[in-house]
Design a protein around this ligand. Sequence first.
Ligand code: ZN
Length: 388
Amino acid sequence: MNFNDSRDHLDSFDLSTPEKQRYARHLTIPDVGIEGQKKLKAAKVLCIGAGGLGSPIAMYLAAAGVGEIGIVDFDIVDFSNLQRQIIHGSSDVGKKKIVSATERLSEINPEVVVRTYDTRLSDENAAEIAEPYDIIIDGTDNFETRYLSNDLAVLTGKPNVYGSIFRFEGQVSVFAPHLGGPCYRCLFPTPPEPGEVPGCAEGGVLGVLPGIVGCLQTNEAIKLILGIGEPLINRLVHFDALAFRFREIKLKRDPECAICGENPTITELKNIEFACDMNDTPTLKEIDVHELRIRLEKPEPFVLLDVREPAEIEVAKLPGSIVIPLGELPHRLDELNASAETIIHCKAGGRSAKALAILIEAGFSDACHVQGGINAWSTEIDATVPLY
Ligand code: ZN
């Protein structure tokens, strides 16, 4: 499949002498050559997200000479991003990611046009943002955007290059029902319930993994643009970094699929509801970090329960806390006293809310959890506690 590759169209994308020098290693590949490089120059690719996956995606698209690169991101560069989001540097902390990314991309290749969208992709803006682009690459790795970019791609007839990461594992595929393959909803018709999967900020990921997966996504986008090789349509590749194993899973289109099936029920974009931080229990009693500080200064004893994982405790910890990871809590309730006042915290407030629900169920009458978790403590009370 080729984009914009009619000879007349490509004629307007002649390469200058500096461009011929820059892309010399492409031009000498018979499958790419001048014609292929012009296809890259004529191509327009939308990258959703300028984070872990978005970093290598946008950088290699720019280096390869993809003519127009769109980036959607509303976030700000934080120190905890730098372990994997290599489009940003230490001096970019505090800047808008789209600003930092644009600066880096123009340094990599000033010949390409970078368009930025300082917003969260939603059902209201997605169609308009995606309109000029040939390919959508999902570089965000969260369920809201995954379903939205899938639906956007299906409804607009554009390929959606999918990537996903978790700890030491990644997945890549190209969803393109208009080219005969399935879409993401053919595999997973509905989003998981909040709580079925670890929260986005809580799962953790090996820093190099989004680099690997993002590069695989970019490879697929470049193949689609050039119309060479076998695109990863009808197939999903799973990568296990610890075992160093790539596994290919054959995919089939689901004729019952709600969006690309024979009788689609989804005919327009709609945001899905997915509480990333699992904080779906607003009636639970919560306190903020300022109340926690006041409580810590009072002489009356209470139990400060930290439900994060041991590896997180090594990064940042509040003194005097008892550590029981959320997953172990139901089996370790006997280590706690149901009649004692118990204040629970985690990283950002998602897991502590779940832990509180467990304690309430178990008869703890005087328990609450800390809104915003240890990261709120770090930003609002004590900056010497590392933010992660
Ligand atoms: Zn489908």
